[in-house]
Design a protein around this ligand. Structure first.
Ligand SMILES: *Cc1c(COP(=O)(O)O)cnc(C)c1O
Length: 237
C-alpha cells in the first residue's frame, strides 16, 4: 500500500471515530482530499485508493490537475481565495466552489458556467473568527448574500464553509464551528435548502464533526506536510 493510501485509511478511521463519538453516522461526513501543492501523480495515487473528491486552492494549479486527470471521474472543489479575473477558469474546471464571499464573484461564476453543464455547487465562506481572520463574509451580511447567490441560475447553494484561526484550544474550535452550524440553521429557517457544512481540516476535524460538519477538507494528514509558504489565507489565487 502507498503511504497516501495508508494515510487515507487513517483519516477515514479518524472521521468515523469522531462521528460515532458525536452520535452521528460516519456516512454523513464526506472527505475532501486537499491536494494543493502536490502533483497530479499524488492525486492519482489517492484516486487509485478510492478517493474521488479533491480540493485545490490555486486556480491555475488546480485547473491543470483537473485537465491532466480528466479521464478519472474525479470531483474538483475550489477552496481558495478567488479574484474576479480568475472566475472563468474556475467555472470551467471545477464542480464545486467553497469560497464564495462576494456577490460579484458569484454572479460572474454563474454567467461563465456553461448552461449545458450541471450548475456549480457552491458554499459561502463565513468569517467565524472575527478580527482573527480576514477571509469570509461577516455573519451579519450572510443572509443577504445567500439570497443573492441562491437566485443565480448556474449556481446551486449547498451550504457554508469556514476556516477558523488555528488553535489547539478544543473549546474554541467547537465554538467557531458551532457558530457556522447555527448560521446554517438560520438560513434553512429562512427557506434555503442547505445540506453542506464544509468545516474541519487535519488539525481540527474532530471538533468540526462534533459540531455537525458534513465535509472535512484534509490535506497534510493525507499527502504530507506542505512547504511553508503555501498558506491558505495570504496568497491570492
Ligand atoms: C490547505 C487547506 C485545507 C487543508 O489543510 P490541512 O491542514 O493540510 O488539512 C483545508 N481547507 C482549506 C481552505 C485549505 O486552504
Amino acid at each position: 500500500m502507498t503511504s497516501i493510501a495508508a494515510n487515507l485509511q487513517a483519516v477515514t478511521a479518524r472521521i468515523a471515530a469522531a462521528a460515532r463519538a458525536a452520535g452521528r453516522d460516519p456516512d454523513e461526513v464526506r472527505l475532501l482530499a486537499v491536494s494543493k501543492t502536490w502533483p497530479a501523480s499524488d492525486v492519482r495515487a489517492a484516486a487509485d485508493a478510492g478517493q474521488l473528491a479533491f480540493g485545490e486552492n490555486y486556480v491555475q494549479e488546480g485547473a491543470a490537475k483537473a485537465e491532466a486527470l480528466a479521464d478519472g471521474g474525479l470531483e474538483w472543489h475550489f477552496i481558495g481565495p478567488l479574484q474576479s479575473n480568475k472566475t472563468r477558469v474556475v467555472a470551467t474546471h471545477f464542480d464545486w466552489v467553497h469560497s464564495i464571499e462576494r456577490e460579484k464573484i458569484a454572479r460572474r461564476l454563474s454567467e461563465q458556467r456553461d448552461a449545458h453543464r450541471p450548475p456549480l455547487q457552491v458554499c459561502i465562506q463565513v468569517n467565524v473568527s472575527g478580527e482573527a481572520s480576514k477571509s469570509g463574509i461577516a455573519p451579519d451580511e450572510l443572509a443577504a448574500l445567500a439570497d443573492a447567490v441562491a437566485a443565480l441560475p448556474q449556481l446551486r447553494l449547498r451550504g457554508l464553509m469556514c476556516i477558523p484561526e488555528p488553535t489547539p484550544d478544543a473549546a474554541l474550535q467547537r465554538e467557531r464551528f458551532g457558530l457556522l452550524r447555527r448560521l446554517r440553521d438560520e438560513l434553512i429557517a429562512r427557506g434555503h435548502a442547505l445540506d453542506t457544512l464544509s468545516m474541519g481540516m487535519s488539525e481540527d476535524l474532530e471538533a468540526a464533526i462534533a459540531e455537525g460538519s458534513t465535509l472535512v477538507r484534509v490535506g497534510s494528514a493525507i499527502f504530507g506536510a506542505r512547504a511553508r509558504k503555501t498558506g491558505m489565507e495570504s496568497t491570492p489565487a
